[in-house]
Design a protein around this ligand. Structure first.
Ligand code: GLA
Length: 516
């Protein structure tokens, strides 16, 4: 029998078998995908024992438990998170031996919201989950693309929306970026994170999903506002939540992003772990592969590496062509997360330089999970760290307080200071931290941080700033950048009462006496 007809006979056989057997009795053991039309795909490895199921969701390695009774399948998991306990539930009705019509219910991003999708749950081969590995390029230093000489500033959809947003949301954010004054304050990149992609067309070109029907038109719109636009993909076949990634299509996708007019790519590892190992060679090789593809596209595209700091990315991110690289896992809108991530950056500051920035993740300012004092700490710390300032809140509904934090021009100026020197940490005292950073033009920024839960007196000595004010004709002037008022330069030191989880941020400069 010819191979082709053998396949035909076999598949006919299994079809007949599926029809003949009572469906509830055929074992569900094996690999399955849940695919949302025009959306993402999630893979499961299923094990059936009688009517009981366990299902490992591949991407997040979470284990669902469930049941198969008659033609009804149910998978559920209870998740404990910083936002409380919640359930994710899949409910399916059998259509054939290897296929169910399915719905998935999970909490939305905001408290009380529910996010429901409908899709098809069907059996797949192992190869669909773990595609064959393609070769990576030999490691080679990539040329500097000359972009983002100061840390990039912008807005990204993820912190506020996760994947639950659309083209209109992004356009609205571009409008608000301009009308709120954020653009004038320096915020420039509107970055579309996970949730825009769907699949590939007949020519293998990546396409947007139903919520993003025309990615080029979206880019044109954002450009028409005088802004730049960013997009999101992965070295893996899918991104974290199962939307299409760039695996095996790196050059083609870079060409598409360039042709659509995108100016920034956030490239997130997640789904790549189904193809590559978490070794330095694989991490660096996969990121270099896309860097080469972006260079070939001919368009200047800021390249943002997102692999959560694995393999000490700060040591090789620039060589792989990165303009910025995430140094940590995801931030969340809580004090503990922001405080832990922010202060951990102080040990790796020497790896940031013009065009190549450590990225401690995006801002949560304005999302509601922290107090105004905590958000001022967030903004001050990120500015002292020379971190990218990527807002993650709804720019259309900002309170005056949120605006005053995100658009504090004097704090932004510290972040964007052209000298880009690292901050110096003085030995912490209990929960008090003093960070000192040399700025251009004989100036210094001093952050007095209270990481404790009670108010604290925090001091610094004027002479610890090493400003040459003792020389003739000069003196020091100081300014509180949150109160927007002068600080008297008297005595040997300055002491401030800093609120719990709060900051006092002072800029001290040398002034020529008699010049004003
Ligand atoms: C990862 C990244 C986040 C965001 C999500 C999207 O967790 O670290 O910043 O892009 O993926 O799924």
């Amino acid at each position: 029998m010819k191979l082709k007809s053998l396949f035909f006979a076999l598949s006919l056989g299994s079809f007949a078998c599926a029809l003949a057997q009572p469906s509830a009795q055929s074992s569900l053991d094996g690999y399955w995908e849940y695919r949302v039309p025009n959306g993402g795909v999630t893979f499961f490895s299923l094990k059936q024992t009688g009517e009981t199921l366990t299902a490992i969701e591949d991407d997040h390695r979470t284990s669902f438990t469930g049941t198969i009774q008659s033609d009804k399948l149910r998978l559920a998991i209870t998740v404990q998170s910083a936002n409380g306990t919640f359930e994710i539930v899949y409910d399916g009705v059998r259509e054939s031996a290897d296929k169910f019509q399915m719905s998935r219910r999970a909490p939305g991003v905001r408290p009380g919201e529910v996010f429901e999708t409908k899709g098809v749950f069907k059996r797949v081969d192992r190869d669909a989950v773990y595609p064959a590995r393609l070769p990576l390029p030999p490691l080679e230093d990539q040329p500097d693309n000359g972009l983002v000489r100061t840390p990039p500033m912008g807005w990204n959809s993820w912190n506020h929306y996760h994947d639950q947003f659309d083209d209109a949301t992004v356009r609205g954010m571009a409008d608000a970026m301009v009308s709120s004054g954020m653009a004038a304050a320096g915020y420039k990149y509107i970055i579309v994170d996970e949730g825009w992609s769907s699949s590939r067309d007949a020519n293998g070109n990546i396409v947007g999903n139903a919520r993003f029907p025309d990615m080029k038109a979206l880019a044109d719109y954002v450009h028409s506002k005088g802004l730049k636009i960013g997009i999101y993909s992965s070295p893996g076949p899918q991104v974290c939540g199962g939307y299409q990634g760039s695996y095996g299509h790196e050059e083609q996708d870079a060409g598409t992003f360039a042709a659509w007019g995108y100016d920034y790519l956030k490239y997130d590892w997640c789904g790549a772990r189904r193809v590559y190992q978490r070794t330095p060679a694989d991490l660096e090789g996969a990121y270099q592969k896309m860097s080469e593809a972006l260079a070939k596209s001919g368009r200047p595209i800021v390249y943002s590496l997102c692999e959560y700091g694995w393999g000490d990315v700060w040591k090789w991110g620039a060589k792989a062509g990165g303009n910025l690289w995430r140094t940590t896992g995801d931030i969340s809108d809580h004090w503990e997360s922001m405080d832990r991530i922010g202060f951990a950056q102080l040990d790796i500051q020497q790896y940031s330089s013009a065009g190549h920035w450590n990225d401690p993740d995006m801002l949560e300012v304005g999302n509601g999970g922290m107090t105004a004092d905590e958000y001022r700490t967030h903004m001050s710390l990120w500015a002292l760290l020379r971190a990218p300032l990527i807002a993650g809140n709804d720019l259309r509904t900002m309170t005056e307080e949120t605006k005053s934090i995100l658009m504090n021009a004097e704090v932004i100026a510290i972040d964007q200071d052209p000298e880009a020197l690292p901050a110096v940490r003085t030995p912490p005292q209990d929960t008090s931290e003093v960070l000192i950073r040399q700025l251009a033009n004989e100036a210094v920024a001093v952050g007095l941080f209270n990481r404790g839960a009670a108010p604290a007196q925090i001091s610094f000595r004027w002479d610890s700033l090493h400003l040459n004010a003792n020389l003739g004709g000069k003196s020091l002037e100081a300014r509180d950048l949150w109160k927007h008022e002068a600080v008297p330069v008297t005595g040997d030191s300055y002491t401030a009462l800093v609120p719990p989880h709060g900051v006092v941020l002072v800029r001290v400069a040398v002034k020529q006496l008699g010049t004003f």
